[in-house]
Design a protein around this ligand. Sequence first.
Ligand SMILES: [Zn+2]
Ligand SMILES: [Zn+2]
Length: 102
Amino acid sequence: MFCPKCKRLMRPDTAARRWRCSACGATVPLGAAREIGRSDPAQREVAVVDGKSSTLPTAAETCPKCGNGEAYWVLRQTRGADEPETRIFECTKCGHKWREYQ
Ligand SMILES: [Zn+2]
Ligand SMILES: [Zn+2]
């Protein structure tokens, strides 16, 4: 669990049921760690599929379907350890999704 404020390692304070940052003093409830912590790649992909989130980075990629010149993208880690990460693009206009070929 890392501090949401200063990104340092937090220590669990089990008596108070919370994480405490020894650097800046921030606290987080113990139960919240699971949601804030790392999400698995499958969930990240779902987030892209579902979300028309403006927080996603965009790239100047041409949509193969409608020709729009901008797409959201997210890195997807493949399960094979030897395989590189793959970028998944989603057209900002028509929502078409495709993966980057390397
Ligand atoms: Zn902190
Ligand atoms: Zn498109």
